[in-house]
Structures are given as structure tokens and as C-alpha cells.
Design a protein around this ligand. Structure first.
Ligand code: NAD
Length: 270
């Protein structure tokens, strides 16, 4: 994986839930674009360290930080560690997310709270800590024309209702309004806040949706592009949103979904 090694030169980034899947790819792409990257992980210490080692072997800068993003004290400690190590932060990628699926009437309060806690509260807590540092430091024109960039990993389910996944869809719908409201509030300070809404991407979170030919064929009926996405599709969009190439993009969601939100069921007149 490679990108212009100067695009994000001297910028400092934190990616949450970066020990696997989309977060891992974003962390690797940010690093190969020149950013120093903090790899947040929840429980996969070995995977996180392997990513750090790989980045360092390519002359990049990285560190792994354990934290549960749904816990305020752990998020604050994680940001202290990032600021101690890197001096500041320029890019936050709010990626950590979980699913706990069930029929609506069987959904426990624990499963509701767990998903909202990681997917929505976790993004709020991390965005707030990042914004404090962006505001304290302000713009450094030799680094970036923004005082900071926040990228929220949402989902097509911020707009597509999802039976059997009410907690997940509610968390992703919530991210949209949270992202836009933060963007509206902080835009005058030259802080940019945007979301990426992935469609179906092959990662551990959704293995059962693509790991047999039958499952993949069923999934492809929902994707006009007729391929399941890969983590690089999302990572490339994240690098662009983190860079000054997207300086006039603020408060929006970029759908990287092979057209999943085009309602393919209506192709033949519904
Ligand atoms: P994944 O399971 O590989 O990644 C999720 C990551 O979040 C894991 O590394 C996990 O350890 C971490 N995590 C879970 N709880 C955490 C916590 N409390 N604190 C910190 N980290 C925690 O799956 P993925 O597909 O790479 O998911 C990444 C993001 O992309 C999620 O927000 C997910 O909702 C979103 N997304 C994925 C798809 C897809 O098709 N894969 C589609 C739309 C949106």
C-alpha cells in the first residue's frame, strides 16, 4: 500500500479501533502518506503492535495505545499519551465500532447501550478531546490549512434502515447529526469534521455476509458496482479527507458503497 509520502508530512493522527479491518487500513495509509499514527486498540495488543512494527520498518512513526473508547477516563488517558508522545494531534479518525444484532423485541438494554456506547458515545468522547487540542493550538500553516480534521466512520445505515440491527442503525444515524453539528460549531475555527459511510466492506465485523459464495451472491444483489468493497476503498477516502486536498469539504458524508444507497431494488421499476 502506498500513497504520496508527503501528503500528510509532519501531521499527527489517532485512529480508533485500528488493530483490524478498516481502521488498520486507514492507519497504514495515513502512515504511508507521512503522518505519525497512534493505533488505538481494545483487546488485540499483538495485532496493534504488528502494525506499529510494520510502520516503523518503513521509517514511519507509530505507537499502540489500549483504550475502550466508550469510557471517558480511558479516552482522556489515551489523548494524554498521544499529546505526550506526538506533541499535538492534527487528525482523528473515529473508527471503532461494534454490532450486537437481534430481533427488536429481543434486544436487551445491555446490547443497546453497548453499541451506542462504542459507536456514538465513543466518537463523541474522542472528537471532544481532539477538538480541545485543535482549538488550543490553532492553525499551523506549514503543517495544514486546517486547525484539525475529524473523520467519523459511519455506515450506509446512517440512511438505510436495518431490521434486526436497530441499535447499530440508530448509532450510525446519530453520528450524522453529531458530525454535522460539530462541523457547524467548529468550522469558524478552521476545524473540518466529515464522515465516511462505507457500504459492504470485507472485514471481521461482517464475515458471515461474504464468506460463502451463496452469501456473497446475495450481498451483490444490493451492490450496483457488483463487487464487495475492500478496506483500501475506505482508506483512500480517509487520506483525502485528512489532507488539504479536501480543504473546502466540511460537514458532509462521503458514501463509499459501490452504489448501495442507489436503491438497486428499483432498477427494474421496483
Ligand atoms: P472490525 O471489527 O475489524 O473493526 C472494529 C474495530 O473496533 C476492531 O478493531 C475492534 O477491536 C474495535 N473496537 C471495538 N470496541 C472497541 C472499544 N470499546 N474501544 C476501542 N476499539 C474498539 O470491523 P470494521 O468493518 O473494520 O469496522 C470499522 C468501522 O467501520 C466500524 O465503525 C463499522 O461500523 C464501520 N463499518 C464497517 C462496514 C463493513 O462493511 N465492514 C460497513 C459500514 C461501516
Amino acid at each position: 500500500m502506498s500513497y504520496s509520502p508527503y501528503l500528510l508530512k509532519d501531521q499527527k493522527a489517532l485512529v480508533t479501533g485500528a488493530s483490524s479491518g478498516i481502521g488498520e487500513a486507514i492507519a497504514r495509509y495515513l502512515a504511508s502518506s507521512g503522518a505519525a499514527v497512534a493505533i488505538n486498540y481494545h483487546s488485540e495488543a499483538e495485532s496493534a503492535q504488528k502494525i506499529v512494527d510494520d510502520i516503523q520498518a518503513n521509517n514511519g512513526e507509530a505507537l499502540a495505545i489500549q483504550a475502550d473508547v466508550s469510557k471517558e477516563d480511558q479516552v482522556k488517558a489515551m489523548f494524554s499519551q498521544v499529546l505526550n508522545q506526538f506533541g499535538t494531534i492534527d487528525i482523528l479518525v473515529n473508527n471503532a465500532g461494534i454490532q450486537k444484532d437481534s430481533a427488536f423485541v429481543d434486544m436487551t438494554l445491555d446490547h443497546w447501550n453497548a453499541v451506542i456506547g462504542v459507536n456514538l458515545t465513543g466518537q463523541f468522547l474522542c472528537a471532544r478531546e481532539a477538538a480541545k487540542e485543535f482549538l488550543r493550538r490553532g492553525v499551523q500553516p506549514h503543517i495544514s490549512c486546517a486547525a484539525g480534521k475529524i473523520i467519523c466512520i459511519s455506515s450506509v445505515h446512517e440512511v438505510i434502515p436495518w431490521a434486526g440491527h436497530v441499535n447499530y442503525a440508530a448509532s450510525k444515524g446519530g453520528i450524522n447529526m453529531m458530525m454535522q453539528s460539530i462541523a457547524q460549531e467548529l468550522a469558524p475555527h478552521k476545524i473540518r469534521v466529515n464522515s465516511i459511510a462505507p457500504g459492504a466492506i470485507k472485514t471481521p465485523i461482517n464475515t458471515s455476509a461474504w464468506d460463502t459464495p451463496e452469501a456473497e451472491a446475495k450481498l451483490l444483489q444490493l451492490i450496483p458496482a457488483k463487487r464487495v468493497g475492500n478496506v483500501a476503498d475506505i482508506a483512500k477516502a480517509a487520506v483525502w479527507l485528512a489532507s488539504d486536498d479536501s480543504d473546502y469539504v466540511n460537514g458532509t458524508t462521503i458514501f463509499v458503497d459501490g452504489g448501495m444507497t442507489l436503491y438497486p431494488g428499483f432498477t427494474e421499476n421496483g
